[in-house]
Design a protein around this ligand. Sequence first.
Ligand SMILES: *[C@@H]1O[C@H](CO)[C@@H](O)[C@H](O)[C@H]1NC(C)=O
Ligand SMILES: *[C@@H]1O[C@H](CO)[C@@H](O)[C@H](O)[C@H]1NC(C)=O
Ligand SMILES: *[C@@H]1O[C@H](CO)[C@@H](O)[C@H](O)[C@H]1NC(C)=O
Ligand SMILES: *[C@@H]1O[C@H](CO)[C@@H](O)[C@H](O)[C@H]1NC(C)=O
Length: 381
Amino acid sequence: MSAIRFLLVVALGASVHGAINVPKPRQLPPDFDPSTLPTYNGTGPTMLRFGCNQLSIDRIDPLVNPGAVPSTHQHQIVGGDAFDASMPLSDIAALSQCTTCSYSADFSNYWTSNLYFRARNGSYKRVPQFPGRFQPFFGNNTFASTINGGMLVYYVSPGQNQLTSFAPGFRMFFGDASLRAPPDEPPHWQQNLSTQTCFRCYNAPDFGGDDFRPCLDPRVDTMHLPTGPCYGIRSNVLFPTCWDGVTLDTADHKSHVAYPVEGPHIFDGIGTAEVCPPSHPVKIPQVMLEINWDTTAFNNPEDWPEDGSQPFVLSTGDGTGYSQHADYVFGWRGDSLKVGMEAGCAGADCPGMATQGMGPADGCAVGELAGESYDGSNAHR
Ligand SMILES: *[C@@H]1O[C@H](CO)[C@@H](O)[C@H](O)[C@H]1NC(C)=O
Ligand SMILES: *[C@@H]1O[C@H](CO)[C@@H](O)[C@H](O)[C@H]1NC(C)=O
Ligand SMILES: *[C@@H]1O[C@H](CO)[C@@H](O)[C@H](O)[C@H]1NC(C)=O
Ligand SMILES: *[C@@H]1O[C@H](CO)[C@@H](O)[C@H](O)[C@H]1NC(C)=O
């Protein structure tokens, strides 16, 4: 698309406010001062940041609809190849042969909804994903910036000996697939939902506008899907950082974890919970997922809805974006995550942690179970 055409599209988008609810105002990002960037030099906080290729795209969900083929909606999944329509509450690292993540001891599974474009004529097309931004200060992130589909995964620890790692069999769910508006009276754990799920609308090519921490920059971040065209849309989801310390899973996949009552409930790359609620006293690493959707092929204003609303739809059937959600099944081999969280390093080449190249990761896949088209018109659910 030419620059002039994109400007027209942006102008159109900026004048448009469809039926989408505007979220409550939230804190402004701190002024960016590079000298405040933490150093990850072995003594302090750890921020793992690594890429995971697509493992599969399928209409199954072992947490929310165990055993159901197909499940209620489509997902895109990364991680170990033990992923299945139902998964045992056990050590899935032991059941996996390979992983799509660059840290080769991480057989966890991470999955989210897919994003679709709904054209004016009613046809649907799955929005492809593009790799993560190359961040030179996070070591060798060649893998993260060349992934094929998939997502970036972050794990944050505020410092040595300050966290308990997850236990084999642990799993959790973030979000609410039925949400279509900001919750009026959110349960306690959701009070800061806008800092825990957001869409970043890149405002220029090459990750334009990606200047601040995720979900904290009102210039580019919204809880709802962006209302105008973007140079790609980024999804971020932040899981809770407090655990009851015992329960591997609950019926809602949420009650055994909680957000802190004090301390960062946001992503700041150096801190996690300072004070966990008494019901959930155990501090766990902060897990954040990041997915880049390449919407640039879908910015033709002639294909957008005539009423001026935006055309993107999550695979939940949600055109607002509030149903953004994610699932996590812990699957690091042995104590490899704990080793990583204590290492005080950043990125994807942390001492003591084994990595693999793109070759083996690309060769790791799980066959599709639901066996339905996920790219075309009849894929959307
Ligand atoms: C590591 O970084 C911390 C600040 O995060 C600093 O106080 C300390 O001196 C650094 N240590 C080394 C060995 O560079
Ligand atoms: C609907 O519109 C899309 C986008 O312009 C186009 O690619 C597709 O071929 C159209 N489908 C039909 C059935 O006309
Ligand atoms: C939610 O975020 C706001 C703004 O950062 C903060 O003032 C408030 O204490 C947070 N609430 C909870 C329950 O953490
Ligand atoms: C950086 O990572 C890539 C992919 O994981 C790998 O192929 C390459 O050898 C690494 N480069 C260095 C200098 O370690």
